[in-house]
Unconditional design. Sequence first.
Lengths: 160, 504
Amino acid sequence: MRSLFSYNKDYYGGGLMILVGLAAVRAGTQYPMGTLARMGPGLFPTALGAILAAIGLAIALSARSAVAPSPHPAGSESGAHPAFDPRAWGGIIGGTLAFMLLSKYGGLVPATFALVFISAMGDRENSLMEAFLLSISMVVIAVVAFWWALQLQFSLFSWG
Amino acid sequence: MIEQSLLGLWYGFGVAFDPHNLMWSLFGVLVGNLVGVIPGMGTMSTISVLLPLTFGMQPVPAILMLAGIFYGSTYGGAISAILLNLPSHPPHAVACLDGYPLTKQGKGGKALGLAMLASFFATGFGILVMLFASPLLVAVAFKFGPAEIFSVMLLGLLAGSTMSRGSAIKGVAMVLLGLLCGVVGTDVNSGTVRFSFGVHELWDGLNLIALALGMFAVGDFLLNVNRTVYATHSASVRARDMMPNWADVKQSFLPMLRGTLIGTLFGAMPGTGPTITSFIGYAFERKVSKTPERFGHGAIEGIVASEAASHAKAQVDFVPTMCLGIPGDPIMALILGALMIQGITPGPQLITEHPDLFWGLIASFWVGNALLLLLNVPMIGIWVKVLRVPYRYLFPSAMFFVVIGVYSHDSNLFHIAEMLAIGAATALLMALKFPIAPILLGFVLGPMVEENFRRALMVSNGSMSIFIDRPVSAGFVAVSALLILLQIVAYLRGTRNKLGVLPT
């Protein structure tokens, strides 16, 4: 995974742009084109897609010669790293999905708790206890600031 | 004209000092500063996270608060850049170069104090320019037809994508992607629903809040959790350390002035981002300095000049955003989007239709910046403590604010899912080293670009030559073409040079 990504990012990036551009062209041509004087809804997105695909091609072609993308002064995120940290992605996406589910079948309090707790567990260094305390404090903020002070239309507990 | 502006400003101060407005301005400044200090929260994510708070408000306090958040977070960004060597906001990357060495020498407080003084000075100057340039620009803008508007937007988009950090061509790709995102939803001319993938919620287009939060908060978290190691130590700075002495002020005055002028000049050019402005301010200062070797080892002039440049630029940037409705950079695009959510269309008619908003905003810049300067001195101790909050506590809490913010907009769970999907896509793009900010620029401008393109060609009966037949439009097109040409030349020269140089 790592070697695939750090090998030549522009190659994949360009390819991705070609794909997105072509998809936009294909979707855009489904709508009426019209003429230049009386443009239909399809023309603008089709044109954008075509240009994007062409630029994607240029990015992919120049991938070999492009080195050292941008000077990064302080280096807070220097170096190539894989995009995908399963634990982080699992925590953030899982927490958000849990919020969506629990806000419907649970209410603000359990939804907030689940969101913060699951996201916090996405970080390797957080212990269960820390995640628990953090979630409890966010629940308090949610109830006091959003439910009570800002009058957010969201019941604290609900069943269904 | 000048008399009118002064009268307007007088009226604006009345609006800005209205207790209700003043309270929200102060709140915005404080919260913006607080969130901006937090390592890893840039101006974009700060504004995005706090944007939902403004929905229930009247337009004037809402926009005053947003502007407060904006400059509050840039002040906050300077603190984490100088004390921790962390550029959470790219324009502050330059402040790290000399600020952090000064912190290591124990002079971090003084560096901060002077940086804030420089920001205040530059902002004041920028406001003056804004005050007198806006009515002029408005007079010109009223003569613009669709062809001119399209051309100036084209220039803005091109400049915004090619002159920011990173690869120019990838920036252009991202602007195009943003324009495509802007296509989603109902086409105003024909009523056709485009790119909705059969989802009813997308008929109104992608949600700006979901897009901004997905891009600048969720995408960032996905990429940085478990990976970002922030410095744990931080210098202790007390209020009295920040007081610069007379010699410091004398030493920094000229760099401050030069930085301000550079920032003002760049503010007048659409699309040149604040990052490039601060870099040029810094580079220029090093060039004119008698002792350029001190730069990078704690030269106060470098900090002062770059901070002044980026703040003057930020202020002047409000001119095209408010008067033409054309944002100079993604942050302005976000503020423009917020205005539109409030039901206000920025443009030449803004000054006459919403004088309270326009002049109140200008006056509140002064008020807000004075507040910041006053607040930051006694509160520096608190900010330093905030700097120590670890990322692993921050992002789960931020996730809550993000999710509740998207949800509270219209109580629709769909937008949370939308934000999540956008966040994942953004993380992928960032991993592929695409600059993501231009997406937002394209997204906000997209519908306007299409609308004016279509209207211009309707006027000309389908002839593309309308864009070069009209002199003003031709000028913008020529500058755009020049910009592309410069990029190609720079690229070709770059590849030739790099053949002999090892990649760093």
